[in-house]
Design a binder for this molecule. Sequence first.
Ligand SMILES: Cc1ncc(COP(=O)(O)OP(=O)(O)O)c(N)n1
Ligand code: 3NM
Ligand code: MG
Length: 517
Amino acid sequence: MQVRGASTAVDCSKMKIPHVLTIAGSDSGAGAGIQADLKACAARGVYCSTVITAVTAQNTVGVQGVNIVSEDFVAEQLTSVLSDMQVDVVKTGMLPSVGIVKILCQKIREFPVRALVVDPVMVSTSGDVLAGASILPVFREELLPMAEIITPNLKEASALLGCAHLETVADMRSAAKSLHAFGPRNVLVKGGDLPDSSDAIDILFDGDNFYELRSPRVKTHNTHGTGCSLASSIAAELAKGSSTFSAVKVAKRFVETALDYSKDIIIGNGPQGPFDHLLRLKSSSHDCHRLGVFNPSDLFLYAVTDARMNKKWGRSIADAVKAAIEGGATIVQLREKDVETRDFLESAKACLEICRAYGVPLLINDRIDIALACGADGVHVGQSDMPARVARTLLGPEKIIGVSCKTPAQAEQAWIDGADYIGCGGVYPTNTKANNLTVGLDGLKTVCQASKLPIVAIGGIGPSNARAVMEIGVPSLKGVAVVSGLFDRECVSTETRKLHGMLTEARSLVNEKKRHN
Ligand SMILES: Cc1ncc(COP(=O)(O)OP(=O)(O)O)c(N)n1
Ligand SMILES: Cc1nc(C(=O)O)sc1CCOP(=O)(O)O
Ligand SMILES: [Mg+2]
């Protein structure tokens, strides 16, 4: 990845907004190309500038004509934007000639950016050729080595490698590894066209690890422009500062959600319609108040409420939540098992206001409907609740989803299903949850070592044992979740403060140990 040098003419009191430059072809039907890139970037909240390489006459039936922009004029557009507009990430789409690819590489060397996302567009969804085989050598030799990530579909991957069709997940893995040898830091081989698969499976390879990203295939013809939109969304997340891995996860979720939202819309008479990127403008107005991307360090001191305990101590849920946050809780879950739906919704709204005021995320236990209705930041579900992948479809790409897991296999499934974190327990016996299986510190350690997701430990945890939990010292363990240790007490804020202090001490000790090892 190239790093831009210090900028001289920017006024620091003004706000810099993340900026993606897309260099691609125009699609008159606006389903793909420059138009898809603009809409995806708008939906993902970043600025998007455009360098047009070709103008296509195109609709949902196919591509009727292509007019390639001269190399000199592509160069002029690139200079105009790159020399002036603080571009963070460049994303490529249709690059129809060797000369245009060479000019792009030269301009990126002249005006370095933080990352280059290469979507090696060659054939449109309708089967029309957008860039011929003549560009393959310059792709391999010049463009790919500059890329932070490349996002070929199955056909593009086999064209770049000059190999036969890819037909299985094993083929995709091997293609990702071979493509990585051309020099990009990451390769995402998209398996949307994989035969006989009810899931959309993509393979991400970062040079060390393979990640199999799976999601249920959305049944729709409105898929024109999904590749452009995915690559632009990855570019947008990178521009906002995400790691490549989370950029890919968020972008994939975003496209799936938009596809699902648009599955029944009708635009055009052809076999492949466009989808609607700006679904969020039409969905819940609560979305505009959301806190932002999930931060695993929010799991540090996770307060989980309990209606019975609040009743016993004569507190409202909102009072309990406020006291926990004032004591240092870093995330709150409303686990209100015996409360009427209408009352639960009212309390959740009140708690959300408190959480927003303190910048603390609010999750709802089990009840996706309550989370949606009040605009909470996410949900926590267990193995017998709504499956996480269904919750993800209902809640969209940005809400936080936690899943209870007692085994590495469950943790793996949670990751595949698009969860953000895992609650692992019972670490110790508990009276709060009936018939709960205790996994102990060893069980917790086993899950933490296997998990690709951050973990919060739960079950019988309080001041007497929180340190022992944190001292298992596995990096995926981010904190502890506590019910009775905070809420079955006279003063919630005092108990929370005490536990926060102990956790902070334990974390320092673990970090100290790491520094010495
Ligand atoms: C952080 C956290 N971890 C685990 C659980 C337990 O969820 P679940 O297994 O669904 O059980 P219930 O809480 O619904 O009884 C949790 N709530 N929070
Ligand atoms: C809600 C819950 N889930 C658990 C699990 O093992 O998944 S243990 C648990 C109860 C935790 O309450 P306390 O902090 O009072 O022990
Ligand atoms: Mg549950």
